[in-house]
Design a protein around this ligand. Structure first.
Ligand code: FES
Length: 328
């Protein structure tokens, strides 16, 4: 079951490779779009192996510029296929996009802001940095990449932020030290994070260890960044007497929808929890990739968010029918 989006056509006005694996797309919508705020995203309709799918991309701009939308897409050869479909688009092609929406809002009352990006998690934070710099708010920015050539937008951010911008290149100096990032943040300061799930877990641990209120850590993560590589698995649904083979490049949610099994879903990014379904049994580790369930709930393995999470192979027995509260 899908929640309503308002869709519009847009033309791919131009594309430009920012790094060997990150491509910038400039989209010209057919009509005027509602205004958006830093951290906003659009959904894009793509076709993957002949099947319709929707992908979500953060807007690079803070909504104060021209009417064009800019998104950046990292090519993932082993992903679910969305980035390959995006990279196949040529300038002049027409696509369908949703109106901008924002689940990663920037608060405006903090005494200071710390932004931390991992890899292509840079995209929503560029718009936030632009807004914060323009409005003269105190800001520090930490950007972690595996290698220097992957550092899209680094020069732009350095030009805006000077000494307040810190680039961490993992294959030169190791990983970000979140304890050191959190320690100087003033008591009411806010930290905004976007990056892979492993980095998010490190950020949350450091934040908690620093005695910081959970409400001041705001984050978004990638649906594709699990602890295991995508593998095919079998989903067994005793309630329907069905067995589905879910290939490595398909999500459990999309396999269920394709089989005509209705599941509530909205964000499709592991954030809202609407698609959380019951696990009855599983003979492989469950790769929880959402940011909705707590660590305890993930450890209990009684629910999984079907839009992003999946077992690492094997068989999983599930029940999509019970819609009660999620408890550990
Ligand atoms: S649809 Fe929002 S968590 Fe899956």
């Amino acid at each position: 079951m899908k929640f309503l989006d308002t869709w519009t056509r847009a033309t791919v006005a131009s594309t430009r490779d920012l790094t060997p694996t990150i491509r910038l797309f400039e989209l010209q919508p057919a009509g005027r779009l509602p205004e958006w705020t830093p951290g906003a995203h659009v959904r894009v309709r793509v076709t993957i192996d002949g099947r319709p799918a929707v992908r979500c991309y953060s807007l690079i701009d803070d909504g104060s510029g021209d009417a064009r939308l800019r998104i950046a897409v990292k090519l993932s050869e082993n992903g679910l296929g969305g980035s390959r479909a995006m990279w196949a688009l040529q300038s002049g092609e027409s696509i369908e996009i949703s109106e901008p929406d924002n689940h990663f809002e920037l608060g405006l009352a903090a005494p200071s802001y710390t932004l931390v990006a991992g890899g292509v998690g840079i995209t929503p934070l560029v718009s936030m940095a632009r807004f914060l710099v323009r409005s003269g708010r105190p800001l520090r920015f930490h950007y972690s990449v595996r290698s220097r050539e992957e550092a899209a937008f680094a020069e732009l951010l350095r030009a805006w932020l000077g000494e307040a911008f810190h680039l961490c290149v993992e294959n030169e100096s190791g990983r970000l030290d979140f304890a050191r990032i959190v320690e100087p943040i003033p008591a009411e300061g806010e930290l905004y994070f976007c990056g892979p799930i492993g980095m998010l877990e490190a950020a949350r641990k450091a934040w908690e260890a620093g005695g910081r209120p959970a409400s001041l850590l705001r984050y978004e993560s990638f649906a594709s960044s699990g602890h295991y590589a995508n593998q095919a698995f079998t989903a067994v649904l005793p309630r329907f007497g069905r067995e589905l083979r879910v290939p490595a490049h398909q999500t459990l949610l999309s396999a269920l929808e394709e089989a005509g099994i209705e599941v509530l879903a909205d964000c499709r990014r592991g954030e809202c929890g609407l698609c959380a379904i019951d696990i009855l049994a599983c003979d492989a580790p469950v790769d929880h990739r959402d940011v909705f369930l707590s660590e305890e709930q993930k450890a209990a393995n009684r629910k999984l968010c079907a839009c992003v999470s999946r077992p690492a192979g094997g068989r999983i027995e599930i029940d999509t029918a019970y819609r009660g509260p999620v408890t550990a």
